[in-house]
Ligand binder design. Structure first.
Ligand code: PSU
Ligand code: MN
Length: 305
């Protein structure tokens, strides 16, 4: 499928053709839109090292010089670590046609590229969702529709607590996305381990998770599935503290008139400052932990095909 518009790296292409495990990663989290420097490089190193420790090839997605890429070699990492323009699924065609220099892929655009390349598992930090006040603003992340549409399993730490989490779960139900808690009974809240919204289903092992993926495949369901893994205990933040910080962050974004695609990066930056980077440490920890679960799932799915 390589062309002047989409390119799969040699390493990812040969892994896929030899039926070796591959896990896709988005690039927004590693760009200046997701994490401050140098934490972004640390996140990239920890996620890719975690995948490789299970023999899994990382397939980082991005748009570089107007080419949508699946698999970014280490020699090109510096490109995605710097300033970038956010590329959701609807911007992918634009970014290619208008030859954007560096486009950082979100969950939605990464899922399209992963599905097109034949990568079955995708790992990220937190997904986008229904924003608080969406009944007025209409702000619902395109991540949700993309998770429903593309035939890829997404592994995340839930959704950020600045979203409207009950509505996010309702919306996923409307879109008929299976939502599975990995070792948890509640929808994890990104940097907060313990949420208070019950999650529709729970598994405790990779085998159980793979069984659900296989059953959905057997039914011919072509959409995705969402696996939610709580942030590791030692790095999780306190819920009451984060609830307060989040409320202030949302008020600040509203007071500054920030809307649309700029909302998520602005709130993430505000929370990092307000928590003296504890949120950044939690973010790194959960991103790495999700990569570990995604890697084990990718291995298990190939073992039992
Ligand atoms: N959560 C993070 N860091 C991020 C994002 C989410 O902790 O960088 C990014 C992801 O790329 C996600 C996107 O897909 O934000 C959602 O943006 P929006 O709400 O504008 O759809
Ligand atoms: Mn939005």
């Amino acid at each position: 499928m390589n062309s002047s518009q989409i390119r799969v790296s040699d390493e990812v292409r040969s892994a896929l053709s030899q039926h070796k495990p591959v896990v896709a990663l988005e690039s927004t989290i590693f760009s200046n839109l997701g994490l401050p420097s140098p934490a972004n490089l640390e996140a990239l190193q920890r996620c890719t090292t975690a995948l490789r420790s299970y023999g899994v090839v990382p397939a980082i997605t991005a748009v570089l010089d107007g080419v949508a890429r699946v698999g970014i070699d280490e020699s090109e990492w510096s490109l995605i670590l710097g300033p970038a323009k956010k590329v959701g699924e609807r911007e992918l065609g634009l970014a290619i046609a208008q030859r954007w220099a560096v486009g950082a892929t979100t969950v939605s655009s990464s899922l399209l590229l992963a599905a097109k390349a034949g990568v079955r598992v995708f790992s990220t930090g937190g997904i986008g969702g229904v924003h608080r006040g969406a009944e007025i603003s209409g702000d619902i992340s395109s991540d949700l529709g993309a998770i429903a549409q593309h035939h890829v399993v997404t592994v995340c730490a839930g959704a950020k607590s600045f979203l409207d989490l009950p509505r996010t779960l309702e919306y996923l139900e409307t879109l008929s996305v299976p939502v599975i808690g990995f070792g948890c009974d509640f929808f994890p809240e990104f940097t907060v381990r313990e949420g208070d919204i019950p999650i529709p289903a729970r598994v405790d092992t990779i085998e159980e998770l793979a069984n659900i993926v296989r059953a959905n495949d057997a039914l011919g369901r072509l959409g995705g599935l969402l696996t939610c893994v709580p942030v590791p205990e030692k790095d999780g933040l306190f819920k009451l503290f984060m609830d307060d910080v989040t409320e202030v962050a949302i008020k600040d974004a509203t007071a500054r008139g920030i809307t649309g695609a700029a909302v998520t990066p602005h709130i993430l930056k505000f929370i990092a400052r307000a928590t003296e980077d504890a949120s950044v440490r939690a973010n790194l920890s959960l991103a790495e932990n999700n990569a570990r679960i995604a890697a084990q799932l990718a291995v298990e799915l190939l073992r039992t095909q």
